[in-house]
Design a protein around this ligand. Structure first.
Ligand code: NAG
Ligand code: NAG
Ligand code: NAG
Ligand code: NAG
Ligand code: NAG
Length: 299
């Protein structure tokens, strides 16, 4: 009881000091902030517009406000930024629905910004201008990269050597990662492709289409993991983490009751629509990512 009272008193005096001196408080908070730069597709996107409000203490996403325009409610990056965060995280989420790694190589489902363009946006916003609002450094910035879902969905059935194509995709992926590295990125979390062959979208197709998609996805995920290791080994100072989304999704899909889901084969509590997991599922992905990054300054 006493300690609770002391805490309340401390908070009250902090609030008092803050209200007397708002600008000083904002600067102080920004000084202690950590940063998260996210690149990806609809599984990560929340509709960030680089021309509008930027992330700041008290407004960690800038725009749009939590949970953002995700189409499904709060997503994994929403939860990691405001719920599983171990510090103040300011999240610049450059991800865009429908995005592929290179929109010329694999045409996105919608007109959107591919990984290349998302890195352009990052450069224009917080590298070239070095704004006072984003005092990020190699130490305080995490970079998450989650691509491949649309690349595979939109190309798995094109025939030819799909593994050779995945090598090409991963080359282009790491050309973008290299640009981030040159700008000072050192902390990464790479996320592979989840079992999209288990989405209602694919369950409506033939077993052979699903099995083909699974084999293309396995080839891509294997290549991604190999490249993450070989790339990170070349650059001292890089800390590369991987969250294996394939394992994460399958854990839940194989034992849905354990995670409180009723139906994982149709749109419902697990699938928000025929291709996207629900917010409840995203909460589990956020926990998985927090487990991978446990002990870091972010989560
Ligand atoms: C981003 O915001 C600017 C300024 O409000 C607006 O002009 C532009 O249309 C927005 N872009 C998108 C894609 O919504
Ligand atoms: C987590 O983020 C929220 C929202 O920005 C912030 O209010 C809170 O202080 C952060 N938690 C920690 C432990 O810093
Ligand atoms: C994107 O892919 C196209 C088609 O393969 C290629 O011509 C172009 O150079 C690639 N862009 C980048 C930045 O690698
Ligand atoms: C998946 O790819 C197919 C084309 O192969 C496309 O019709 C469909 O809209 C895509 N689904 C999503 C959710 O992007
Ligand atoms: C899930 O829902 C679909 C569509 O309503 C139904 O066909 C299927 O049997 C359900 N599965 C379970 C495990 O209830």
């Amino acid at each position: 009881m006493l300690s609770k009272l002391l805490l309340v008193t401390a908070l009250a005096s902090a609030a008092f000091a803050a209200s007397n001196c708002p600008s000083k408080r904002a600067t102080g908070d920004l000084k202690n902030a950590n940063f998260w730069f996210a690149f990806g597709d609809s599984y990560t996107a929340r509709g960030f517009n680089t021309s509008r409000a930027v992330p700041a203490p008290g407004n960690p996403f800038g725009n749009p406000a939590y949970p953002g325009n995700t189409g499904v409610g709060a997503n994994w990056i929403d939860f990691d930024t405001v719920e599983f965060n171990k510090s103040l995280i300011l999240t610049y989420d450059y991800a865009r629905a429908g995005a592929t790694i290179n929109g010329t190589l694999v045409k996105p489902t919608l007109t959107t910004y591919d990984f290349i363009t998302q890195v352009n946006h990052f450069e224009a916003q917080v590298v070239k201008k070095k704004p006072a609002s984003a005092p990020w450094t190699s130490k305080n910035a995490m970079f998450s990269v989650w691509f491949g879902i649309n690349d595979i969905n939109n190309s798995y059935n094109k025939g030819g050597d799909r593994n050779a194509f995945s090598d090409k995709l991963i080359d282009q992926y790491f050309a973008q990662v290299q640009r981030l590295y040159i700008h000072g990125a050192r902390n990464f979390i790479f996320i592979g492709v989840p079992p999209i062959y288990r989405t209602p979208h694919m369950l409506a197709k033939s077993a052979s289409a699903r099995s083909l998609q699974k084999s293309v996805m396995d080839g891509y995920n294997y290549r991604l993991a190999v490249r993450v290791h070989s790339w990170a080994a070349k650059y001292p100072g890089v800390k590369a983490h991987i969250w294996d989304a394939n394992v994460g999704f399958n854990n839940v899909l194989n034992d849905p009751k354990k995670y409180g889901f009723k139906n994982v084969t149709a749109v419902g509590d697990f699938w928000a629509n025929d291709f996207h997991p629900s917010s409840k599922a995203h909460h589990i992905w956020a926990q998985d990512v927090a487990t991978v990054l446990k002990g870091t300054v972010w989560l």
